[in-house]
Design a protein around this ligand. Sequence first.
Ligand SMILES: [Zn+2]
Length: 426
Amino acid sequence: MLDPAVKIQIMNAVDKAFDDQTKVLADLVRIPSTRFQEAPAQDMMARLFKEDALSVDRWQVKIDDLKHLPGYSPHSLDYDDAWNVVGSWRPSSPKGRTLILNGHIDVVPEGPHEMWSRNPFEPAIKDGWMYGRGAGDMKAGLILNVYALRALRALGYQPAADVYQQSVVEEECTGNGALACLQRGYRADAALIPEPSGGTLTVAQVGVMWFQVKVTGHPVHVYKADAGSNAIESAYRLIQQLRELEKKWNAKKAHDNHFHDHHHPVNFNVGKIAGGDWASSVPSWCTFDMRVGVLPSQTLKECRQEIEDLIRHAAKNDSFLSNSPPTVSWEGFQAEPFVLQNHEEARGVLAGAHQTVFGAELPDRRSTGTTDARFFGLYAGLPALVYGPESDDIHGFDERVNLESVRKITQATALFIAEWCGLQKV
Ligand SMILES: [Zn+2]
């Protein structure tokens, strides 16, 4: 157990560097790192790891390395510019328990800039919140991992066991960046992922799947106004039927150990739609992209089957679609649901750190979204703890992260590392 005096020193060391930490976070938010543009932000992460004298492993994510692995999500676009970066601390005579600190560098599209109060990539601080795309999800987490370790070093300590700081791509659409870290061989006794969780520990998360429905063909009775059948309207009817399936899946929560008291655990989202050519032609094509949630009590395979069956069945009763059945393709997230396991020991250490900083018990949370934790948990058997700061409107406009919560989670993370890995004098 850590000496109480050392705990206080560690928390003070975090406070002392916090202005600097905030500036570095703003620098990272300022680098737009939406999908396919992560490289410059990864360069910055590599620079930070180098400043800390970590050994830096930077490699290009390749589909051929991953496509045969469990947890892989199909991706048709190239990975030419997708680089993972890992900064490793390896003590000369290791003692304690090893640790992966993981975060994702990719951010979701910022949407129309006029919907933001300010430029999404020009971070601003107001009333204790930092605004900007990615500030909460999850650049604050990546930077707090760096500063938690810096606080220990500032006191002349290093972790007594291996610590791998991972900055990965593609968390927001496939998870293949985290999978690439497993493929490369990184393992530890626990993984800690500071996704914005508001100081809670995620004990269960839903699965997530993406698919695209393509409606194409020649509309019947194109000259008859009353035929009333066109690709866009048919797609719309399909979406309505999928909404019914969403209700059915939510009803399954009654038998789900983790989400039975959640008001609406399964969310279907039509994220993108396109179709038709101009106003005076009956549209002959329409595509829509959907994201669906999957309960831990369901499997991806049975859910895929249900969706394909629903679309096949709906097409039979539709004047446009019966002529030309729609196709369903599964690309992007095929993320299995994940329930935290093997975690009693790690949870105990994290709860202790949380208690020291917040003076309260560590609350559990069930998440209706996915994270990269599933890779470490499902495919490597690690306790994969998702525990991070408070944020708001992630994936929306005016995304922000609460700086006071970032400060406290940095303290709790530093205490967790110290207790989990043990400390050595440099
Ligand atoms: Zn995230």
